[in-house]
Design a protein around this ligand. Structure first.
Ligand SMILES: Nc1ncnc2c1ncn2[C@@H]1O[C@H](COP(=O)(O)OP(=O)(O)OP(=O)(O)O)[C@@H](O)[C@H]1O
Length: 814
């Protein structure tokens, strides 16, 4: 039983709603009731205030006799409305009392939606502040328009004026307005100027619109019963003020504006008052201005910015006034183009046909192309004729044509015909001028364009040295090698600025390239502390070549740092200012090493030059060092396998034997040339017959004089310093300072009986510098003899046992 009772109790307890919840619901209801009351009061206040402006003066007497039921008020809200309006507006704060509507509206809202009480307090505080300030300000006009500032406003203004004068009172009001704007509206000076300028623009715009309307529309009578739209202030610029005020639908904002109008007839001037009342809530928003963090500039951005500020790097800037040589400096050499000798052509054709017929080779077609020095007869043999048969008749045909330099090309690659090149009896000299002026050269978009001559079909033959990447020139004496070298150099001088290319000239003959001395400060590169840029002494060539190897290594490390693959990309990046000169980066000019008489060099300086040349040939292409090697004797001991392998581009002038031709071209042909600049150019596969452009010494002299006379750099382009073996650096090297590999090096030298640094380089896999130092130390120790030019140093110790003895004795002496 008891248990049952308890259970019932528990069930009852469970069913009872929790007390706090009920309180909350009641509170909400009460709040809502209060909210409604305040809202109704707000509406009463609004109606009474608005109607006050028309009924106010009449209702004044009503207010005096409120108890008299006989007197009927005009105010829309009856006696209460008349009394409220009178108390608030007339006896209170004037038109600023409209803000009380806002205050009560806010209170009503607060009861309705229960927002933050602190926020409500803040809003009411600022509204009251605005009411007081506004009424003081408008109280200034209280004498004529008592309703503007109300009695309170008028009295307070009067009070202030008594103590601080009119100006003082105005300043106080101004200060209070500013105070309000800054703390309530959070207006900054910048925002203020923006508002002013916007308002100004708006006013201007509105006036223009109004003018347009006035111009386009005839004046229409205004229906005062029609509610005024918000933008009516624009469309009705001349509306009578009082009629508009009487309209109850109009918002506060419009009322204020229009009241203003009464004073100065300005339609849209008062932005601050309207803002205050209408947008009070809006300004409660808490705005956090986020300032974008400054991003550090990436390398690329920095480069872009520098390029924007200073433009792309211009390597030619130092010699910005440099003038390229003009074509007038070159001679014509010929009076006209190629002269076609019809009789000669006919005769040669008949001879070819007869000779071939003698060997029972029928010809279906024959065509002649006249070139500067040779004419190409293209033959289409009858069907069934074997090409090898024609090829074997080469000598017989040459004999029957009784001419030198006949070359049979069977078949012409890509044509399917057989070509017979027959020299012209009157060859035409190809002038360098015609090559330089040819569109092919002028429009060449190449790094190192070279116009070497004209092909058999009279086309200018231009190639890019940078793509070759090195060039081997060979030809018997007097066949046009030196002229060819000059043509190469002239081409580059006509196309390149001194900042873009530098020459290292090696001229053992001492006469061929000396003319280029004049352009030392423009185009030549040399070792530091050397007088002449053009190297004529073979022993110095070794230093220069090794220095070029150092330059090559330096350039490779620059390329590695810049993360580029070749000089072109590197320079492009440098021009775009993406590489920092403070980190050693610089614009890299191409370096063209020209060695005339390479055979002579090999003879005198021996293998010492072959190693750096081979290194350069193998590796230098990517970093812009290009080699041009010319030789009279293209024998295999001069043009070794390693050099040949790295010089795919070859120019062969006339050579005396088929063997020489094979050495240069890996095939015959060069021995059948006619000389005087007649050359074969090969770049691995095809061989092109070209008549080299002729540039005479006086022309080169004129060009170099022209360039030399211009402002140049302070000195020639300086190559890295290289201390060679022969420089005889202090030979009294201390034993303690010897290289750790000294003994090993000594053993190699003694075993080989050959005192050369390159031997040590190869055997010990050392760099040239270290091998050179080891040789110096061996010389200081007396193991090898002094430097003897091309020959290897003598070795003073005959075998390894003697070496052991020698080194032990040395230790004992110490
Ligand atoms: N392209 C050419 N057109 C016309 N004549 C040429 C041409 N090249 C060379 N010659 C003639 O051949 C002569 C010898 O030329 P060059 O001095 O270039 O020969 P080389 O091969 O350098 O001889 P060496 O090796 O003895 O110095 C020139 O003086 C010139 O008359």
């Amino acid at each position: 039983m008891t248990a049952k009772k308890q259970n019932t109790k528990q069930t009852n307890n469970k069913q009872m709603p929790p007390k706090p919840k009920q309180t909350a619901t009641n509170g909400a209801r009460i709040s809502f009731i209060f909210g409604t009351l305040f809202l109704m009061f707000t509406v009463i206040l609004l109606c009474s205030f608005v109607s006050y402006f028309t009924t106010g003066s009449y209702d004044q007497s009503v207010v005096a006799e409120l108890n008299n039921r006989e007197i009927e008020p005009e105010n829309w809200v009856g006696k209460l409305g008349a009394w409220l309006a009178h108390k608030f507006i007339f006896e209170g704060f004037g038109i600023a009392s409209f803000l009380f509507i806002k205050v009560f509206g806010e209170i009503a809202l607060w009861f309705g939606i229960q927002f933050n009480a602190a926020k409500l307090r803040r809003m009411i505080f600022w509204d009251l502040f605005a009411i007081i300030v506004l009424s003081i300000a408008l109280g200034h006009f209280g004498t004529n328009y008592p309703f503007l500032g109300g009695t309170v406003g008028f009295e307070m203004n009067d009070y202030l004026q008594d103590y601080i004068g009119q100006i003082g009172a105005m300043l106080v009001v101004l200060f209070l307005i500013i105070f309000y704007l800054i703390f309530r509206i959070k207006m900054t000076p910048k925002a203020f100027t923006n508002v002013v300028s916007n308002t100004h623009a708006k006013i201007k715009d509105n006036i223009e619109k109004a003018e347009d309307i006035i111009k386009t529309q005839p004046a229409q009578p205004i229906n005062i019963n029609q509610p005024i739209k918000e933008d009516a202030k624009v469309a009705v610029p001349v509306a009578p003020v009082k009629e508009v005020i009487a309209e109850p639908v109009v918002k506060n904002e419009i009322d204020f504006n229009l009241n203003k109008k009464e004073e100065n007839n300005d339609y849209l001037t008062d932005f601050s008052i309207t803002d205050t009342s209408a947008n009070a809530d809006h300004h409660e928003e808490f705005i956090i201005e986020t300032i974008e963090e400054e991003k550090p500039l990436a390398d690329d951005d920095l480069a872009k910015k520098i390029v924007e500020d200073f433009g792309l790097f211009d390597p030619t800037l130092e010699l910005s006034k440099y003038q390229f040589p003009t074509s007038e400096l070159l001679f014509e050499h010929t009076t006209g183009g190629i002269t076609i000798n019809q009789a000669e052509l006919e005769e040669n054709k008949n001879r070819i046909v007869d000779t071939l017929n003698n060997y029972k080779i029928g010809i279906a077609q024959i065509k002649a192309t006249v070139g500067p020095t040779v004419t190409l007869y293209e033959i289409v043999p009858d069907a069934g004729i074997r090409i090898s048969k024609i090829k074997s008749l080469e000598d017989d045909i040459a004999l029957s044509l009784s001419a030198l330099g006949i070359r049979i090309i069977a078949p012409i690659p890509g044509k399917g015909t057989i070509g017979i090149e027959v020299p012209n009896t009157k060859p035409t000299t190809v002038s360098m001028k015609s090559l330089i002026l040819s569109p092919k050269f002028q429009n060449a978009e190449m790094e190192l364009p070279i116009a070497i001559g004209k092909t058999i079909s009279n086309e200018t033959f231009v190639f890019d040295l940078a793509k070759m990447p090195h060039l081997l020139m060979a030809g018997a004496t007097g066949q046009g090698k030196s002229v060819g070298l000059n043509a190469v150099l002239t081409s580059l001088l006509y196309k390149k600025h001194p900042a873009e290319v530098k020459f290292v000239l090696v001229d053992p003959k001492k006469v061929e390239l000396t003319l280029f001395n004049k352009i030392e400060r423009h185009f030549l590169a040399k070792l530091p502390d050397t007088e002449d840029a053009i190297i004529t002494d073979n022993t110095k060539v070794i230093n220069t070549l090794n220095s070029l190897c150092i330059e090559m290594d330096n350039r490779y490390s620059l390329l590695k740092d810049a993360m580029v693959r070749n000089i072109k990309e590197y320079n492009e990046k440098f021009k775009q200012r993406k590489l920092n000169p403070e980190l050693g980066h610089r614009f890299l000019p191409y370096i063209v090493l020209v060695v005339d008489e390479f055979a002579d060099l090999i003879m005198t300086a021996g293998k010492e030059v072959e190693t750096p040349i081979a290194r350069l040939a193998q590796l230098a292409r990517a970093i812009g060092i290009h080699l041009i090697i010319a030789t009279q004797r293209p024998s295999v001991n001069v043009i070794t396998g390693i050099i040949k392998a790295n010089f795919p581009a070859r120019i062969a002038f006339r050579v005396s034997s088929k063997i020489d031709s094979r050495t240069i071209l890996d095939g015959p042909g060069a021995d059948q040339l006619i000389g005087r600049g007649d050359l074969l150019f090969t770049q691995g596969n095809d061989t092109v017959r070209v008549q080299c452009g002729f540039v005479d010494t006086p022309e080169v002299e004129k060009i170099t004089e022209f360039i030399g006379a211009q402002k140049g750099y302070g000195d020639a382009y300086l190559l890295p310093e290289y201390v060679g073996e022969e420089s005889g650096t202090s030979l009294d090297i201390d034993i303690a300072d010897r290289d750790v590999m000294f003994r090993e090096a000594a053993e190699i030298i003694v075993t080989a009986q050959q005192g050369s640094a390159s031997l040590l380089q190869r055997k010990l896999k050392l760099g040239y510098n270290r091998a050179g130092r080891l040789i110096d130390q061996l010389e200081a120790a007396g193991i090898v003899g002094p430097f003897e030019g091309s020959k290897a140093r003598s070795v003073n110790i005959t075998d390894l046992v003697s070496l052991d003895e020698f080194l032990n004795n040395e230790k004992e002496r110490m």
